[in-house]
Design a protein around this ligand. Structure first.
Ligand SMILES: [Mn+2]
Length: 475
């Protein structure tokens, strides 16, 4: 032990993004976050994930907050800690592919408003859908001295996803100019001993740091982290205990304690972590009491391992079946999901491919005939608009769903003309800051509603000083 070489495991804290996205539908308001940032800044985190994913949509739609304003306030609170966001490749944070000029502008504004690390993923792991974001990040890194492009591989199981596949992807990611790699296991499918193999295989092909992101859904996550760390993974994602476990990440304090006194010791102060947990715990209780936090998502859902379907996808499916009074078809749909996935080239199941596969499977079962009806999104996948899948798609299904239609083999974004000017002209009456055009680009209707709300609030505040004195703020 005296000759022990220290290799402290680095930690990304997710409580301000994925943890509350996974447990309470992304409803944590900015005003609740701000008072604790100063303490969190002292922990020594590798980074704090606080933006992107669903936070952008939820801010505008449900919390009536400006997501850019949230980012700037969080940036102000963290003087020393890097801020991280999740970015959906060419879809940015929205649900359609955007032209490269929008992607580049979004990256620029994210970095200039405070983001350091951009974690970029694609639901098909088609690296062509990630290149524009990586290039934009590198461009602004050169200009602003800040910015880090991390490519996240959506982890999944299936014939095509061999250790060679993942190792080869790691090599390609290094070649395309990314700064680090993330194994993004959104469904908690990576089990401990497989993590050893996976991390070792990827490490053998790249010198880039590797970060592991998983969810506790299937109950193995902290063991998976232990094995991954022993195999040389550089960073793990954890959440402070009040918003850990269940569909969220392993608890920060638990992982810190696990590695204490070993070569992987984080050196974090448990007393400081306890103070931070104390801050979040009453809010957790409040969420439990209001029903926002459903105890159901806190348990172990072994179905995710059995069916290899992310938890969120299962709950979507249940509600779709409920709407149709067809809950008895649950197991038929569960059996249909892997079949549809195979037809579509065996993609990972992550937003948006998870919704596309899940919804199509529901259609196939409820209509009593496979692909009697196909969704707009299924057709787009079959046309190649989402990118290239790891396996070929079913020719039979292609012939049935999009007979005679032309299929795309190039990068789909190459077919989208620049669109920033057009978007600007559509929303100019609402513009109060440069970033507003990006909010509008992602969610035209929701952003417009928010802009109207914002204007109404401003006019009200201007006219009635009394309201301001009450300290009332928009809910
Ligand atoms: Mn996640």
């Amino acid at each position: 032990m005296s000759e022990q070489v220290k290799k402290p495991i680095k930690i990304t804290e997710t409580i301000l993004r994925d943890a509350h996205q996974s447990l309470i539908a992304t409803r944590m308001p900015t005003d609740f976050m701000l008072p604790i940032l100063e303490k969190m800044d002292k922990v020594g985190y590798h980074s704090v994930e606080c933006w992107g994913g669903a936070t952008f949509d939820a801010s505008l739609r449900f919390l009536k907050e400006d997501p850019w304003d949230r980012l700037r306030k969080i940036r102000d609170g963290f003087k020393n800690t890097k801020l991280q966001m999740l970015f959906r490749g060419q879809n940015i944070l929205g649900y359609r592919p955007y032209a490269d000029d929008v992607v580049e502008y979004f990256v620029q504004k994210s970095i200039s408003n405070g983001i350091d690390i951009i974690r970029i993923f694609d639901c098909l792991n088609d690296l062509r859908n990630l290149q524009a974001t990586v290039d934009a990040t590198n461009k602004f890194k050169a200009q602003e001295g800040r910015g880090h492009a991390q490519i996240a591989l959506s982890y999944t199981l299936g014939d095509a996803y061999t250790l060679e596949y993942w190792a080869d992807m790691a090599k390609k990611i290094e070649e395309m100019g990314a700064d680090s790699i993330c194994i993004k296991d959104m469904a908690g499918l990576l089990v401990p001993y497989k993590a050893t193999e996976l991390v070792s295989a990827m490490k053998s092909q790249t010198k880039l740091p590797i970060q592991l992101h998983t969810h506790y859904t299937s109950g193995v996550a902290s063991m998976t982290y232990l094995k991954a760390v022993e195999a040389g993974v550089d960073v793990i994602d954890t959440a402070m205990s009040p918003f850990a476990l269940g569909t969220s990440q392993p608890a920060t304090e638990v992982m810190v304690e696990t590695f204490k006194g070993t070569e992987y010791d984080t050196g974090f102060d448990q007393n400081l972590l306890a103070e931070i947990a104390d801050y979040f715990r009453p809010y957790r209780d409040e969420c439990l009491a209001s029903g926002l936090l459903n105890p159901k998502v806190m348990g172990v859902d072994i179905k995710t391992l059995l069916y290899q379907v992310p938890g969120g996808m299962l709950s979507n499916m249940v509600s779709q079946l409920k709407e149709q009074n067809a809950e008895d078809k649950y197991y038929d749909v569960l059996k249909e999901i892997p079949e549809v996935r195979k037809d579509l080239g065996e993609p990972p199941l992550v937003t948006p491919s998870s919704q596309i596969v899940g919804t199509q499977a529901v259609f196939n079962v409820l209509l009593g005939e496979r692909y009697k009806m196909a969704t707009k999104e299924t057709k787009a996948v079959l046309r190649g608009e989402y990118g290239q899948t790891v396996k070929p798609m079913s020719q039979e299904v292609i012939d049935k769903v999009i007979p005679g239609e032309e299929r795309i083999t190039c990068r789909f974004a190459d077919t989208i003309p620049n669109e920033l000017d057009k978007l600007e002209s559509e929303m100019k009456e609402w513009k109060q800051q440069d970033e507003d055009v990006l909010s509008y680009a992602l969610f035209p209707q929701v952003a417009t509603d928010y802009f109207k709300y914002r204007q109404a609030q401003q006019e009200k505040v201007d006219m009635t000083v009394a309201d301001g004195k009450n300290g009332a703020y928009p809910v």
